[in-house]
Design a protein around this ligand. Structure first.
Ligand SMILES: N[C@@H](CCC(=O)N[C@@H](CS)C(=O)NCC(=O)O)C(=O)O
Length: 231
């Protein structure tokens, strides 16, 4: 059975959604990143990058959420568009767009708005701008078609959903006014029983919720270099 290494945050939620949508059996293994469990040697054998999600499919390890979506979709064969070069080109392009654009820019926008010390105006401006730019591109695409790949719900929508869930935290409480088509997709996916089961996974374990000094050490190890300089 697949061992699924999970924390209730945007990237792992994409995988939870796929596993739930397809009824794939899996064992859920909590990785409490605020307690630093991602840095254990045992977990780094599964994901050397020390981040969630990751999985073991027998002896095969897979990490990085969009790689995991592709792996699972190829194995299970559901929620992927018809296998044409055109579809594959679009699907890979948008999956990489989410993996290299939406995820990192949203992550950094959250970091600088909510967690970084001052001065941070330059960084907040850059990451907020880029996060908005990426979401507006998704919004524009969804203005012309129901789903990211056209008329069919697919792994690309699941990838978008992981981050769409936290858009107000990333971009601010009024963000939906400018992203109505993203909101429409989010609301639609949220109504799916699989999405509700994926969201409920967090209740199976007690994950640390506070981002206190100990959690910051685990999540932002780069801060140590500043502290050692007395900053
Ligand atoms: N590119 C990776 C990013 C993974 C990632 O940043 N995961 C976050 C949760 S959404 C995490 O584990 N954070 C803990 C840490 O950075 O120590 C992916 O898409 O899976």
């Amino acid at each position: 059975m697949i061992k699924f290494y999970f924390h209730p945050s945007p990237n792992p939620l994409k995988i939870a959604l796929y596993l739930e949508e397809t009824g794939t059996p899996y064992e859920l293994i909590p990785v409490d990143t605020r307690k630093g469990e991602q840095h254990s040697e045992a977990f780094k054998l599964v994901n050397p990058n020390a981040k969630t999600p990751a999985m073991l499919d027998g002896d095969i390890r897979v990490f990085d959420s969009n790689a995991m979506l592709i792996y699972l979709a190829e194995k299970i064969g559901q929620f992927v568009p018809a296998n044409t070069p055109e579809n594959k080109a679009e699907m890979y392009s948008w999956l990489m767009f989410v993996a290299t654009g939406i995820g990192p820019y949203c992550g950094q926008a959250v970091h600088f708005k909510h967690f970084a010390p001052e001065p941070k105006e330059y960084a907040v401006n850059r990451y907020d701008f880029e996060a908005w730019r990426h979401w507006l591109l998704i919004n524009d695409r969804l203005a012309h078609q129901p789903y990211m790949m056209g008329n069919e719900y697919s792994i690309v929508d699941m990838s978008v959903w992981g981050w769409a869930r936290v858009v107000p935290f990333v971009l601010g409480p009024d963000a939906w006014q400018k992203l109505p088509h993203v909101k429409r997709l989010l609301d639609e996916i949220n109504l799916r029983p699989a999405a509700q089961r994926a969201e409920a996974l967090k209740t199976q374990f007690t994950f640390k919720t506070e981002v206190d000094a100990d959690a910051r050490k685990m999540l932002f190890p780069s801060n140590e270099r500043l502290e050692s300089k007395g900053a």
